[in-house]
Structures are given as C-alpha cells and as structure tokens.
Design a protein around this ligand. Structure first.
Ligand code: ATP
Length: 365
C-alpha cells in the first residue's frame, strides 16, 4: 500500500479503569486500511474489536498511540469532526420519523444544503439500499433487514469517507443476514468508500472482506485476505477460530525432498511442506474438505493416517465424518455427496485419511 491509508492505527493501546482495576482492552494495535477497502475486525467477544472501532470513530481516545484518518492524526478530534460515520447493531432509528425523514436527518442539520438537494440525495441513497417506494413508512412498519438498510442509508447520505459498522447484522435471522452480507458488499462497491466491519462471525468476515484482521485478547493475531486467513492460519488461535480446523502434531522423523515427514508407524505418516529438521516438533492444520476418506489403503506420496469413524453426519450436499486417528486426534472430514452415492463408511469402521503434502499447513513455521 503506497498511497496514504484511509485509516491508520499505530501502537494503539486502550486502558479502562474499572472498579479500581486497570483493564487493557487494546494492547498495541497497528493497522493500515486502504481507501475503498472492505476491512473486517474479527474475533471472539471481548477481544477489543469494538474498542478499536470506537477509537477510529472518536467515541474513545487511545491511552497511547496514534489514529490517523487520511494521513491526519485525529487523536483529540471529536467524532462529528472526523470524516467517518458509524452504524450500530441497534439501528437507533427515530421511531416517530418516516424512512425519508430518518435518512434526511443528518443533512437537515447542515445549514448549507437546500431542500430539493436533500430530497434528491435521500432518494438516491434509498435507491442504493433498495428502499425506493418505502419513503413514508415508519421504522416499525419495516422488517429488520429493511431497518438496517435505513440505518445504512442514513449513514451514507452524509458522504463520509469511511463507514464503520459494528456487528450491523447481528440482530437479523440467518437467511436475512446472509442476503444482507451480499447486499452490503454490493453497496460498498457501488459507493466506493472504505468500510470497517466488526464481527465475531468468521463466515460473515470471509464472505465480505477484502482483508481481515483477526483479533485475540487485545491484539491482532493475523492480517490477510480471507483466503490467506482460511488456508494459511498463522497461529493456533486463528486456525481454531476460522472454519473447522484439524490440528495435528508430532515429531519430525525425516525429510523427503522439500517436505518434513512425521512418521506414525510403518504405513502411516504426515507430510508437511516445511523447512524444518528431524527431531523438531511440528504443529499443523489440514482443512476438512482437503482430506480424502477411504476404506482401502491409499497410495501416493502424501499424508496417510489410519482412524476409526466416530460419527457420520449427513448434511444434504455433503457428509461430515468424525474420525479418531490412531494417534488419538479427532479429525473432521467433509465429503461432497455425488448423485446416488452411498456413505463411504459407517460409525465404527476403520478408515484411511489421506491428503496431498500442500494441504498440510504448519502453524507458525
Ligand atoms: P464484543 O464482541 O463482546 O462486543 P469486543 O471484541 O468488541 O467484544 P470490547 O467491547 O472492545 O470487545 O471490549 C474489550 C475488553 O475491554 C473487554 O474485556 C471489556 O470488558 C473491556 N471494556 C470495554 N469497554 C470498557 C469500559 N468502558 N470500561 C471497562 N472495561 C471495558
């Protein structure tokens, strides 16, 4: 990123004093968010996502460190003088105002904008969020998803350079949430401004984001594209938090070509494309959809591990197999269901798990 980032956090720490005790909610965060990027802060409850966002918006000030918006240090600048807008989980719409009045609210308070201009901009924004024709309704006459769109339109109509969204879809049911995820991405593309999105839902972050910062305990554990975060988790925490990960470990027994090999017995081994010497311990992940499950012993140069099926869960388009390996690890395998296919194995069956070397991903290597 060579151009000035839209948002930059540098060494940001935030402490709160609660009942005489100092709580460090954010423990030194560095972030550079590009202009027009869809950027997510993802992590479990209490990891410091909201606090980080509130410091960008100006509702909280850092204890130390800098927050820059478009290259300007904004520490000490009040929220209304920062060129960002925030959308909250509770949409905070005015119940007695119509949709159009809610959206126009911020514009009306600015003196220089004429009435026809306000009407034009409100109309334009309602079109962007797909609410044309519902201008006169009150919030109570709208669905949750529609109320969320009004809140979005109200934030966007002010033309902020960045929009901060704190779990904006959390109150919606699963189906609506999924369709709003696609919708939000479309809106962001259409208006072309920076979106910073806070969520604890990894699926949501993977679906929408250009880049994700995975937070844990007040720090950024990993920063990358959804694919990088999913396929190459940098830490044990990220591997466990994103998707279903199978964590395996063992001592490197030899090297074959570019790969380290963990030999588990005469026929069993795990092959990992990593430069590490024999004798060292290795921890790795392998995603459930990358593993082949078979009753017959597999051939090939990759990993192969024996196990016993402990559970078979039929999910329509796919079937999940839970397998306890010969080393005692629990591994999940996703198998796509082809036409008229029968289950490969049933509970209690002895099976083989195999996967290509490139699908073993060493953690922290
Ligand atoms: P959630 O998803 O539950 O909202 P979060 O990741 O957004 O969590 P924060 O709300 O940023 O987490 O909180 C981070 C930590 O800071 C938590 O331990 C929280 O209890 C603490 N904290 C946040 N705000 C305050 C405050 N005003 N006073 C004291 N402690 C606070």
């Amino acid at each position: 990123m060579t151009e000035t980032p839209a948002i930059e956090l540098s060494g940001v720490v935030k402490e709160f004093t609660s009942h005489g005790e100092v709580v460090q909610a954010v423990k030194g965060v560095d972030l550079r968010i590009g202009e027009g990027e869809f950027f997510s802060l993802l992590g479990p409850s209490g990891c410091g996502k909201t606090t980080t966002m509130r410091m960008i918006a100006g509702f909280d000030e850092p204890t130390s460190g800098e927050v820059l918006l478009h290259g300007q240090n904004v520490v000490g600048v009040p929220p209304n003088r920062r060129d960002v807008n925030m959308v909250f989980q509770s949409y905070a719409l005015f119940p007695h105002m119509s949709v159009a009045e809610n959206v126009a609210f911020g514009l009306r308070r600015r003196k220089k904008i004429s009435k026809p201009e306000i009407t034009r901009r409100v109309g334009e924004m309602l079109e962007v969020v797909g609410l044309t024709g519902r201008e006169k309704r009150r919030p109570a006459e709208l669905s949750g998803g529609q109320q969320q769109r009004v809140a979005l339109a109200r934030a966007l109509v002010n033309d902020p350079r960045a929009l901060l969204l704190d779990e904006p879809l959390a109150a919606l049911d699963l189906k609506l949430r999924q369709s709003m995820q696609v919708e939000l991405k479309r809106i962001q593309r259409e208006v072309g401004i920076t979106f910073v999105f806070v969520t604890h839902d990894q699926g949501e972050a993977l679906t929408m984001s250009d880049r994700i910062a995975v937070m844990n305990d007040g720090r950024v554990e990993q920063l990358g594209s959804p694919r990088e975060i999913y396929e190459r988790p940098g830490t044990r925490f990220v591997a466990g938090f994103i998707g279903t990960s199978n964590l395996l470990s063992g001592e490197i027994t030899d090297r074959v070509g570019d790969n380290a090999v963990i030999s588990l017995g005469p026929e069993e081994r795990i092959v990992v494309p990593v430069k590490a010497d024999a004798g060292g311990e290795l921890e790795l992940t392998v995603r459930p959809e990358k593993i082949d499950l078979s009753v017959e012993q597999p051939s090939g140069e990759g990993s192969r591990v024996r196990g016993t099926v402990t559970e078979v869960i039929y999910l329509g388009t796919s079937t999940n197999y839970n397998v306890r390996t010969s080393t005692g690890a629990d591994v999940v395998v996703f198998v796509q269901n082809a036409n008229n296919a029968n289950d490969i194995a049933v509970r209690g069956d002895s099976v083989w798990l195999s996967w290509e070397p490139r699908h073993s991903y060493a953690i922290g290597a």
